[in-house]
Design a protein around this ligand. Structure first.
Ligand SMILES: Cc1ncc(COP(=O)(O)O)c(C=O)c1O
Length: 422
């Protein structure tokens, strides 16, 4: 039987433990929602203060040149590239994941219209994140394609049917944390004449990603989750160099080859640069830069492999303690038990997941709730961000969960009341 002291001892031996000092975490709360909104790095507020008061306040418009603002999407993109197995010059930080997905899916339709004119199916997973499906619906409507949704296990067979133009998957499932084999699925897509588009929203800064090694075609991802870029942080987009000149449809002036020539005709900048559209969001990029640096700080300690290994240990500990201390209290594991098969997240199904999560939050354990659709169960989601979580936090969180479930203290009207945003 594990003890709290044993968890404290694990923290004392943890080579990544010092990375927690990078974050300004609230006292008295255990933050298990870094998979939704990453924590605040201590470097972010002073950096924003400097960008606002110095670069903007004093430098004013000259800072576009003196502070090199125009190059920040590429500069932050180059740092993100180190986390996702891409090369410098292949990633830009811009817009939202949804908008970047629209760009890459549209570019993929243009490529496939010529390369595979008989392929009209965009294939995705039934429980992919809704924005991915909504954007895919819009792209399919414009291209005259059909969006088909399959369960994860059925994807290889559906690809083999031979009419899929694009396979669009989220690498780590937002509900269950289940991790796809990117290299295997990309190879299966290519063998079937399809392109592979990956959403790395729950992967960047969470699991090792090797876009080039997997020979992926396109990728997008989020800045505000495991990259700690802050609420609404710019997202990122990667395009394999073999497709980098395939036109994306949002032909804004910042993606122009010569934006300051102010010509009337659009001429796309080379490569990933034309995936930029409007003016770079400088404040958001400054915060994202700090967030990405907080993840890159793990590079000398083993980088993403070490972070994912610790996230796996935290998740394993959580599942083991839940099995030991919450048996018979209505919880079912909704995430893979094998840490190698999951991202930095564990989800538990519970028939009363909403009020249970509200009670947890009231007791200082911050996770989130995801409603089940299409017969899927309602979930309690817990993110295990290895940069700032300790093994003792996992112990304390499970103690709180066991208390709440055992005493049924979740079953009061305040915890049943629904809020608009969680
Ligand atoms: C898999 C996935 N893709 C995209 C998004 C949303 O992206 P954005 O709000 O940047 O458009 C989320 C948000 O949780 C997500 O989980």
């Amino acid at each position: 039987m594990l003890t709290r002291d044993a968890c404290t001892a694990l923290d004392a031996q943890d080579p990544l433990a010092d990375l927690r000092a990078q974050f300004d975490l609230p006292t008295g709360r255990i933050y298990l929602d870094g998979n939704s909104l990453g924590a605040l790095p201590r470097s972010t507020a002073p950096r924003l203060q400097q960008v606002v008061t110095q670069d903007w306040g004093q430098g004013l418009i000259e800072s576009w040149n003196t502070a090199n603002w125009m190059t920040w999407p590429q500069g932050v993109g180059d740092k993100i590239a180190r986390l996702i197995g891409a090369a410098p010059g292949e990633v830009v930080a811009a817009d939202s994941t949804s908008v970047n997905l629209y760009k890459v899916l549209s570019a993929a339709t243009r490529i496939q219209r010529l390369a595979q004119p008989a392929h009209h199916v965009l294939l995705s997973q039934r429980d992919n994140f809704p924005t991915d499906l909504y954007i895919a619906q819009s792209v399919c409507a414009a291209a005259g394609w059909r969006l088909e949704l399959a369960e994860a296990a059925a994807i290889p067979a559906r690809l083999a049917a031979g009419d899929v133009a694009v396979l669009m998957l989220t690498h780590v499932n937002y509900r269950t944390g289940a991790l796809h084999d990117m290299a295997a699925l990309t190879a299966q897509a290519h063998a079937a004449g399809a392109l592979a588009v990956w959403d790395l929203a729950h992967s960047a800064g969470s699991v090792p990603v090797r876009l080039h090694a997997a020979d992926a075609d396109f990728a997008v991802g989020c800045g505000y989750k495991f990259l700690n870029g802050g609420p609404g942080a710019p997202a990122f987009v990667w395009v394999h160099p073999r497709h980098a000149d395939a036109a994306q449809p949002l032909s804004g002036w910042i993606g122009h080859a010569q934006p300051f020539n102010f010509t009337t005709h659009y001429e796309a900048a080379a490569g990933i640069h034309h995936y930029l559209c409007g003016s770079p969001p400088i404040l958001g990029l400054a915060a994202l830069d700090c967030g990405v640096d907080s993840v890159l700080a793990a590079e000398p300690l083993g980088g993403m492999a070490a972070l994912h290994a610790k996230a796996g240990q935290l998740g394993d500990l959580f599942m083991r303690l839940v099995d030991e201390r919450c048996a018979g209290l209505g919880l079912d594991a909704a995430s893979p038990r094998d840490a190698a098969q999951r991202g930095s997240q564990v989800s538990l199904a519970h028939a009363q997941a909403w009020p249970v999560m509200q009670a947890l939050i009231a007791h200082g354990v911050i996770g989130d709730f995801r409603a089940g659709v299409d017969g899927d169960p309602d979930l309690l989601r817990f993110g295990f961000t290895p940069l700032y979580l300790r093994f003792v936090d996992v112990w304390d969180a499970v103690e709180t969960l066991a208390d709440i479930l055992g005493s049924r203290s979740w079953d009061v009207p305040t915890f049943h009341a629904r809020k608009a945003v969680t």
